[in-house]
Design a protein around this ligand. Structure first.
Ligand code: PEP
Length: 255
């Protein structure tokens, strides 16, 4: 039985005051929802302030990225130990904005993921195809996802992969208002689970959470969460709006 995970990625948004207010609202909205996990990924500057609001609560704190080295001359980076020190238990890795805007390679993402998992963090590994690939057809989408999974998970042991969450985020659906249909998302998630079974084993694949990201909002969350292989959502824009995010974490799946 997989526990659904709803994650809010605040990206490069929120002053300390805004982060505190949003975190407090999320804590209130998540109260009593014991059958699901809620996670917040503030910018690095707001991790500490957000951690204070989440203290003693079940909402999980995450970094939006993490370095593969422990410490040293890596300007602009934050290590797994630093994330843990501030109270984070998870890190988003390989977000399409990191790949596209900042040029992060598959090798870098693989190193980040291995370091995060090795340090005991939950690693939220983002993958997904461009519109160009989607328009070529399902076979090309699957070939792309297979390549990203193989490169991203290279050298990740089965024990470490138990702390893995896969975020399927079709690039054409991120921040565009276009959501993959529930059928498209389900098809991709089922394929990713099959890949996990082939790369590791069936029980790991059955237990692994695969969350969907791409313009998730209050009006599509229930139908997405009704799909058998969709185990949650990674939410960008709507995570910055306390009412919308509250409704998303209070999703009601039809099954
Ligand atoms: C994201 O950035 O991971 C994301 C899914 O953003 P949005 O919800 O705004 O599409």
């Amino acid at each position: 039985m997989r526990t659904p995970l709803i994650a809010g990625n605040w990206k490069m948004n929120c002053t300390l005051a805004e982060a505190r207010e949003l975190a407090l609202a999320v804590v209130e909205a998540a109260k009593g929802l014991n059958d699901r996990e809620v996670l917040l990924a503030p910018p690095f500057t707001a991790l500490s302030a957000t951690a204070k609001e989440l203290a003693g609560e079940s909402v999980i704190l995450a970094g939006q990225n993490v370095a593969w080295e422990e410490k040293g001359a890596f300007t602009g980076e934050i290590s797994p130990a630093m994330l843990k020190d501030v109270g984070a238990m998870a890190a988003i890795i390989g977000h399409s904005e990191r790949r596209q805007i900042f040029g992060e390679s598959e090798a870098m993402i693989n190193a980040r993921l291995r370091a995060a998992l090795q340090a005991g963090l939950m690693g939220i590994f983002c993958i997904g195809e461009s519109l160009e690939i989607r328009e070529k057809g399902q076979a090309d989408v699957e070939a792309w996802l297979k390549k990203q999974m193989e490169e991203g998970l290279r050298g990740v042991s089965a024990a470490a992969a138990r702390r893995l969450v896969i975020a399927y985020e079709p690039i054409w659906a991120i921040g565009t208002g276009k959501t993959a249909s529930q059928e498209q998302a389900q098809q991709a998630h089922a394929y990713l689970r099959l890949l996990l079974a082939n790369m590791y084993d069936k029980s790991l694949a059955e237990e692994a959470r695969i969350v969907y990201g791409g313009s998730v909002n209050p009006s599509n969350i229930d139908e997405l969460m009704s799909q058998p292989d969709i185990d949650g959502a990674l939410v960008g824009g709507a995570a910055l709006d306390k009412e919308q995010f509250a409704r998303i974490i209070q999703f009601q799946a039809a099954n």
